[in-house]
Design a binder for this molecule. Structure first.
Ligand code: AMP
Length: 431
C-alpha cells in the first residue's frame, strides 16, 4: 500500500515524500480514508505508531478542499493535546505536512505569555493545536472564536483524562458547533474514555493498532556506561562473564560491524558481521551459522537486522545507540523469547548521552544504568569525543514559537521526560 492510494492532493504527497515515508503505517492506512470520508473516529493508537499523520494529513486535505469562509480569527480544525510538548510536536508535524499548502496553523499552550498567541490568532488560523486550559483562557478573552470548528481531535485522550482535563474538554466541546467531525485518539480504553467517546462521537469508525513498543515494556533493558575506547573490551568481557551464546550486536556502521566481528573473533568469540555490503550468500551463511550456534555474535547494522528472520533472541546488545530513537525500539523488539522475556543491553559512551535522552523520551522512562566493575567511565570524557545529537528523521525537536527558555518544554531542552515533567499539573491549574 502506498500514500498515493488515499487520493491525497499532490502538495500533501510531496510533503510526505520529503519526509521519506515510503508506506503508511497501519494506523494511517486505516484512519486516513475514514477521516477523508468525514466519519467520526475512535482510534486506539499510541505515540510511535504514526498517529499524528493519521489525522493531520486528512485534516489538511479536507481544509484545503473547502476554503475558509472568512479571514476572521476563526478556527476550522481544533486539535486538543494534554501537554505543551505534545501540542508543539503536533504543530511541527502540521507545519511539515502542510508546508506546500496555503493553510495557517498555530499552537497555543499555557505557561507562556498570552499576547504573542493572541497576535497570531488575530491573523487568522485554519488549524489550531492547543492545550485545553490556555484555549479556554483565550476564548474568555475573546481572542478566539470556536464557532466555526469543523473538525475536533482529542489526541492522547486518556492522558488528558488522567491529568484532570475532563471538565475543560467538556467546556470546549460546548463552544463548538454541533455539526462537526470528531476524532478521538487514545492509547488505552478506560470506562471514562468509553463514556467520553459515547458522548462525543457520532457513529464512529473504530481503528485499533498493535502497540508498537510492547517490547519496550517486556524486555529487560539496561545501560552500561563506559568509555568509548573500552566498549569492545567490555563486550568481550560480558561474553565471557555471562556465558552468552547467541547475541545480536548492533553497530551504527558497516565498517564498525566488520571491525567488531573481527575483534570478537580474535578474543575467541566466534562472530560474523552482516550488513548491506555483504553478498546475500554471505549473509545467509552468517545467519545459518548463528542459528545453529557456530557463531555466537552476529554483528549487524539496523538495516541488515530488519531482514533477519529470527523472531526471538535472548540477548540484544547495542554496541552503539542508533541515531534514530525509534530504531532502538526495533532493535530491542528482536529479543524476548515467547513468554520468557529477553534482555537488551546498551553500551553507552559519554558522546551518546543525547541519543540516550532521546530514547528515554520516546520510551517515557529512564533506563537503569549499571557501570560494570573495572569498566567504569572516566570522570572526564576524552576531548576527542564530540557529542552525538539526534538524527531527527521527523524533525520532532520541540521548539515553541513563544516562551522563555525556562518554560520551554523538557523536550525542547533535550532533557529526558521524567515523571515529574510527565505528571506535571495541567496547564489549567498552573495559571
Ligand atoms: P507519531 O506516532 O505520530 O508520534 O509518529 C511516530 C514517528 O513515526 C514519527 O517520527 C513520524 O515522523 C514517523 N512516521 C509517521 N508516519 C510514518 C510513515 N508512514 N513512515 C515512516 N515513518 C513515519
Amino acid at each position: 500500500m502506498s500514500f498515493d492510494s488515499f487520493g491525497l492532493r499532490a502538495d500533501l504527497l510531496r510533503a510526505v515524500a520529503e519526509q521519506g515515508y515510503a508506506h503508511p503505517t497501519p494506523v494511517q492506512a486505516q484512519a486516513i480514508p475514514v477521516v477523508l470520508d468525514g466519519h467520526d473516529l475512535l482510534a486506539g493508537a499510541q505515540t510511535g505508531t504514526g498517529k499524528t499523520a493519521a489525522f493531520v494529513l486528512p485534516i489538511l486535505q479536507r481544509l484545503s478542499e473547502s476554503p475558509a469562509k472568512s479571514r476572521a480569527p476563526r478556527v476550522r480544525a481544533l486539535i486538543l493535546a494534554p501537554t505543551r510538548e505534545l501540542a508543539v510536536q503536533i504543530a511541527e508535524r502540521a507545519e511539515v505536512y502542510g508546508r506546500h499548502l496555503p493553510l495557517r496553523s498555530t499552537v497555543i499552550f499555557g505557561g507562556v505569555g498570552m499576547q504573542p498567541q493572541i497576535d497570531r490568532l488575530r491573523r487568522g488560523i485554519d488549524l489550531l493545536i492547543a492545550t485545553p486550559g490556555r484555549l479556554l483562557d483565550l476564548v474568555s478573552r475573546r481572542a478566539l472564536d470556536l464557532s466555526s470548528v469543523e473538525i475536533l481531535v482529542l489526541d492522547e485522550a486518556d492522558r488528558m483524562l488522567d491529568m484532570g482535563f475532563i471538565h475543560d474538554i467538556r467546556r470546549v466541546i460546548a463552544l463548538l458547533p454541533k455539526q462537526r467531525q470528531n476524532l478521538l485518539f487514545s492509547a488505552t480504553y478506560s470506562n471514562e474514555i468509553r463514556r467520553l467517546a459515547e458522548s462525543l462521537l457520532n457513529q464512529p469508525r473504530l481503528v485499533e493498532v498493535a502497540r508498537r513498543n510492547t517490547a519496550a515494556e517486556t524486555v529487560e533493558q539496561r545501560v552500561h556506561p563506559v568509555d568509548k575506547a573500552r566498549k569492545r573490551e567490555l563486550l568481550a568481557h560480558l561474553f565471557h562473564h555471562e556465558g552468552w551464546d547467541q547475541v545480536l550486536v548492533f553497530t551504527r556502521t558497516k565498517a564498525g560491524a566488520n571491525r567488531l566481528a573481527e575483534y570478537l573473533d580474535r578474543e575467541g568469540i566466534a562472530s560474523a558481521a552482516i550488513h548491506g555490503n555483504k553478498s546475500q550468500s554471505a549473509r545467509t551463511r552468517a545467519l545459518n551459522d548463528f542459528k545453529r550456534g557456530a557463531v555466537r555474535a552476529l554483528v549487524a547494522t539496523d538495516i541488515a537486522a530488519r531482514g533477519i528472520d529470527i523472531a526471538q533472541l535472548p540477548q540484544v546488545v547495542n554496541f552503539e545507540l542508533p541515531a534514530v530513537a525509534e530504531d532502538y525500539v526495533h532493535r530491542i523488539g528482536r529479543t524476548g523469547r515467547a513468554g520468557a522475556g529477553g534482555s537488551a543491553l546498551s553500551l553507552v559512551s559519554h558522546d551518546e548521552r543525547k541519543l540516550l535522552h532521546g530514547i528515554q523520551r520516546l520510551l517515557r522512562r529512564e533506563l537503569d544504568q549499571h557501570p560494570v566493575a573495572g569498566f567504569e567511565p572516566s570522570a572526564n570524557p576524552p576531548p576527542d569525543e564530540p557529542e552525538r545529537g539526534h538524527v531527527n528523521r521527523d524533525a520532532r525537536r520541540a521548539r515553541p514559537a513563544a516562551g522563555n527558555a525556562r518554560q520551554r518544554p523538557a523536550r525542547a531542552a533535550g532533557k529526558p521526560r521524567n515523571n515529574a515533567s510527565r505528571r506535571r499539573a495541567p496547564d489549567s491549574v498552573q495559571r
